[in-house]
Design a protein around this ligand. Structure first.
Ligand code: DOR
Length: 405
């Protein structure tokens, strides 16, 4: 990690009033101290020509695999991958060993984060013991250490336990992030939207903050849209880049396999619509690294999941901002501000006084994503070989340069 005391980010664009405006950004220690036309008085200069200087992106859905599955990823490699993707804050899912279903297990992860993470990391606690859908996790024991709880990787089908967890989430102002999946229907579209519909009813009844992960079917979005129309703003959802730009016709091999799976073109278009009309309040990558062996088996035996931290910003910028479908302001909302707001994370802005969590992304020079450049331990990406705008040139966390492209 390189560390400078005063950093001048020179000649980049910042977003003001939904437009790109040429401005320099001066960072001293961990804070932004000036935004404007700034003379170089011998500072460390980062050349941001052709780049957007934005608050570091926030990804609430990341699998870092440590403790337990360090062959796939570690907190070190996963957070380096996040920094490469312009993410300065991420939330990590609990399908680990040990599962963070009690404070002692959670602390194993918190200690490694303290030692190895190069970006801000907030772990989820589990909803049920060992994510087994039988009894509620010791939420009372660990709630002070987390912003949210989830059993991601599998659905909570035990509605009695789910309701108990919802009541505790409400009491302690935690978000529940739901991997909505009905165990009978599994990966079929019904598996998702049947679970979404019943969980919406429970979340309406309890009134806790309830967030649906990686939504991918038209029926799910309809149900969430209806809940919003009925005034339930405590119910939110995210969409993943892969469900926005890929469909089931495009599947080539194990690197196109994830859960929820790629779906029909109709469902892909519904996912895009949900992002554009605000039904989906944020984008999250579902970064899910696996080993080469786990992803190169016969398709039916490949594990679910693709990496996504390094391509999320480029895909959203290129496919939706550059094409004029998503405004610059909305881009910041779905990638930075809304995830921070919904999950009660510290807010960062490009303005004087803000903590300097900053991503500088190249919006003028396209780049082709290659296997060699990947910083995640996983290379399971369907986006290798694709060309995008919006790859990261620099990432700063707490005023320190943690990635340079
Ligand atoms: O594709 C997926 N991968 N979906 C999940 O729900 C879990 C994740 C993983 O942990 O690999």
């Amino acid at each position: 990690m390189v560390s400078y005391k005063v950093i001048l980010i020179k000649n980049g664009y910042v977003i003001e009033n939904n437009s790109l405006v040429l401005k320099d950004v001066l960072v001293e220690d961990d804070k932004i101290v000036e935004v404007g036309v700034i003379e170089d008085k011998g500072y460390e200069v980062l050349d941001a020509k052709g780049c957007l200087v934005m608050p570091g992106a926030v990804d609430v859905h990341v699998h870092l695999r440590e403790p337990g599955f360090t062959k796939k990823e570690t907190i070190k490699t996963g957070t380096m991958s996040a920094a490469k993707g312009g993410f300065t804050t991420i939330m990590t899912m609990p399908n680990l060993n040990p599962v963070p279903d009690n404070l002692e297990a959670l602390k194993v992860q918190l200690d490694i984060i303290k030692r190895d993470a190069v970006v801000n990391v907030y772990p989820y606690g589990a909803v049920t013991v060992n994510q087994e859908d039988k009894e509620k996790a010791d939420i009372e024991g660990f709630y002070k250490y987390v912003k949210a709880i989830s059993d991601d990787g599998r659905g909570v089908n035990n509605l009695e336990v789910l309701k108990e967890a919802m009541l505790l989430a409400k009491k302690h102002d935690l978000v529940i992030a739901s991997h909505a999946e009905d165990n009978y229907w599994k990966y079929a579209p019904e598996g998702e939207f049947i679970a979404v519909r019943r969980e919406i009813e429970l979340a309406k009844e309890v009134g806790c903050k309830y967030h649906f992960c990686h939504m991918s079917t038209a029926e799910s979005f309809e149900a969430i849209r209806k809940a919003h129309e009925d005034g339930y703003t405590n119910i939110t959802c995210e969409v993943a880049p892969h469900h926005l730009v890929l469909n089931e016709e495009m599947i080539k091999d194990g690197n196109w396999k994830m859960n929820p799976p790629l779906r029909s073109e109709k469902n892909r278009l519904a996912t895009v619509e949900a992002l554009l009309d605000g039904t989906a309040i944020m984008v999250a990558s579902d970064h899910a690294p696996h080993t080469v062996e786990e992803k190169s088996r016969e398709y039916s035996k490949c594990l679910n999941g693709i990496i996504g931290l390094e391509t999320s910003l480029p895909i959203i910028y290129t496919s939706f901002v550059k094409t004029g479908m998503l405004s610059l302001d909305r881009f910041l909302e779905v990638m930075v501000y809304n995830p921070a707001k919904v999950f009660n994370l510290p807010m960062r802005k490009i303005m004087k006084g803000s903590i300097a969590d900053i991503a500088v992304i190249d919006i003028e020079n396209p780049h082709t994503y290659t296997k060699d450049e990947i910083l995640s331990k996983g290379v399971n990406s369907p986006f290798i070989g694709n060309t995008y705008y919006g790859f990261t040139r620099y990432t700063l966390v707490n005023g320190k340069l943690v990635y340079k492209g």
